[in-house]
Design a protein around this ligand. Structure first.
Ligand code: U2P
Length: 193
């Protein structure tokens, strides 16, 4: 794949309490340890093709340790930051610093609805309602620019994805991205402990 040749971005927001309840999360002190209280975190900013698929691992350029550390407040795992750079960032056409600045700007451009910022109790909600709540908190996003994903056989909220232009404006997702939408009637958002 050629770096910088893509059509739009998917920004993926991961529901950290869900990840922390999985075996991988239980072993991740930085993201899930007792002093950690993450809610939505940045999973990644992914260059995508309109006709489906995405470029990945476009170069072997490395990302510096200081830059990785600087991302940990919103992307709380060094391994995730490095992985996202190698798999997706290298295809953005940007230098590591520019790419993570872009990812940070994208993350900050989406308003998390207040009730989802740090819920202390389990929330049970339909994927459609969750999507509407995000849409209401982000009135400039067009229809079909937000996708809710679930895991655990559809039981739990996994991620909220937003489709963005290269300039980080909201835009409609393509069919492929919309296809991953959660089909459950209700999903559980584990609380932030
Ligand atoms: O969905 C599983 C993993 O595939 C990558 N993915 C998925 C959809 C998409 O539109 N773009 C994309 O890159 C993600 O891989 P990761 O970055 O986590 O390795 C996603 O988690």
């Amino acid at each position: 794949a050629e770096s910088g040749k893509f059509d739009f971005y998917v920004m993926s927001l991961s529901w950290s309490p869900g990840f922390c309840a999985t075996p991988a999360g239980r072993g991740d002190e930085l993201q899930c340890g007792p002093q950690r209280h993450f809610a939505f975190v940045l999973h990644g900013l992914w260059p995508q093709y309109e006709r489906g698929g995405w470029p990945e691992s476009c170069s072997t350029e490395a990302v510096g340790g200081n830059l990785v550390t600087s991302m940990l407040t919103i992307m709380p795992s060094p391994r995730l930051v490095t992985h996202e750079w190698e798999k997706h960032g290298t295809c953005s056409g940007l230098q590591p610093k520019e790419y993570f600045d872009e990812a940070t700007e994208a993350f900050q451009s989406i308003q998390i609805p207040p009730r989802y910022k740090a819920p202390e109790q389990t929330i049970t909600v339909s994927p459609g309602q969750l999507q509407q709540d995000f849409a209401r908190a982000n009135p400039t996003l067009p229809d079909d620019s937000l996708v809710v994903l679930c895991s655990g056989n559809g039981r739990y909220l996994q991620e909220v994805r937003a489709c963005l232009t290269e300039d980080l404006e909201g835009r409609r997702c393509n069919r492929e991205v919309l296809r991953d939408a959660c089909k459950s009637d209700q999903i559980v958002m584990r609380p932030v402990r």
